[in-house]
Design a protein around this ligand. Structure first.
Ligand SMILES: Cc1ncc(COP(=O)(O)O)c(C=O)c1O
Length: 401
């Protein structure tokens, strides 16, 4: 098994359920379940209003329990980025999974094919992105091998395949136009592969701060996707779906008339980096729902030190912000290393926090922060007054293959 085996939840964790949030030891990754539910409902409502499919990215929360909540709220399934994440979702009962990424290593493709057959036999579906002829040939080979290795008489599984086009991110994907059409023809040579549509995700657009510039960037991406779609259809091949979008740009894809599915993931937890985007007035109001609970372990004249460093939260998109609740922003967080955070007053007159003071950090980037933890503590009724409602396992923690 290539995925790490999960250790059972400890008794002390299980006993936390029902207790006040004040009982959560630090540092801990905490989900404000009420805020998460509001984000979920707003997103579901937005997609209903725009009559657009919704397939949230589960690489963000890595939890099958949360993925199932999203499906209950109207998502068609989830996206993942890694084969091992897809396996974790399927193990947790999520039946419709799209690997929105290229997989080319034969040993991984054998797992992809096995999972495609497994999900198909349980009434589910696996899909994957491709951007090369070699990737398509290897995928077809793996699907055929898995079929031969499977039970005689079992229905042949088909995997949905999306051709990824590079609409400006400069990451994976073939250029829009002819190169994509050629890959569609390659896919159609293999009975175990079904051409399902195009992936046109623009990652760089997500963090453009100006709302107008984000819209303009996605308008160009949509044009590229539409042009590619027309070229494929001109050869008599229907393009079932164009999929893409993240939390920063989703209003633009939804309004484009080109995209049929939104892949946004971070909206559910909303990190500090996304909070710096100028909000598009058409975008639902998403709230911070993911926090690192920390407490002050040392305090001096100029600064205090808390027990959450960058083993508790990822710092690739900047340091965490100290949550101010409804009051003014009082403290700045500075890097103190792996295990420590330095806290300084953010304004004149603010006191250095005393030993034992509890603080709630909003991580700079939610996805890699979640990946640092085995579980998240779900709280209802507010971070200060609320109670622990459940422990959410990070099923796909470390699922990198
Ligand atoms: C292919 C793809 N789709 C969707 C997303 C979701 O973006 P976000 O979590 O920023 O909403 C990502 C994020 O990196 C991605 O790589």
């Amino acid at each position: 098994m290539s995925r790490p085996t999960r250790t059972p939840l400890s008794d002390s964790l299980k006993q936390l359920v029902g207790r006040p949030a004040t009982a959560i030891d630090t540092p801990a990754l905490v989900v404000d379940l009420d805020a998460m539910q509001r984000n979920l409902s707003r997103m579901a409502e937005f997609c209903r209003k725009h009559a657009i499919r919704w397939r949230p990215h589960a690489k963000m929360h890595k939890s099958a329990a949360i993925a199932r909540l999203q499906v209950q709220a109207g998502a068609v399934g989830v996206c993942v980025q890694k084969t091992a994440e897809a396996e974790a979702m399927a193990d947790g009962g999520v039946m419709d999974v799209y690997i929105s990424n290229e997989v080319v290593a034969p040993q991984k493709l054998a797992r992809v094919a096995h999972l495609a057959h497994r999900l198909a036999s349980e009434g589910g579906q696996l899909a994957i992105a491709v951007d090369s002829r070699v990737g398509i040939e290897r995928l077809a080979q793996a699907m055929n091998d898995a079929r031969r290795a499977g039970r005689e008489g079992a229905a042949p599984a088909v995997i949905d395949v999306f051709v990824e086009i590079d609409v400006g991110q400069g990451r994976c994907g073939v250029p829009p136009g002819r190169a994509a059409v050629d890959l569609v023809h390659e896919i159609r040579k293999h009975p175990a592969l079904r051409f399902a549509g195009l992936q046109a995700y623009h990652g760089k657009a997500q963090h453009i701060r100006s709302a107008v510039e984000r819209r303009e960037t996605i308008a160009r991406a949509a044009q590229d996707a539409a042009l590619t779609c027309r070229q494929i259809e001109a050869e008599g091949i229907p393009v079932g779906l164009i999929t893409g979008a993240g939390t920063g740009s989703l209003v633009a894809e939804a309004a484009s008339g080109v995209y049929g599915e939104l892949q946004a993931g971070s909206f559910l937890f909303m990190d500090a980096d996304y909070a710096q985007n100028e909000r598009d007035p058409a975008q639902p109001q998403f709230e911070h729902a993911l926090f690192v609970k920390t407490q002050v372990m040392s305090s001096g004249a100029e600064h205090a030190v808390c027990d959450a460093g960058h083993k508790s939260h990822a710092i690739d998109s900047g340091l965490p912000k100290v949550h101010a609740f409804d009051g003014p922003h009082e403290l700045d967080y500075a890097n103190g290393g792996d295990e420590h955070g330095i806290l300084r007053p953010a304004a004149p007159g603010v006191k250095v926090p005393e030993i034992g003071r509890v603080l709630w950090l909003i991580p700079g980037h939610c996805d890699p922060t979640v990946n640092l933890h085995d579980h998240m503590v779900g709280v209802k009724g507010g971070l200060l007054e609320g109670r622990v409602d459940r422990i959410i396992r990070v099923d796909a923690r470390g699922a990198l293959t």
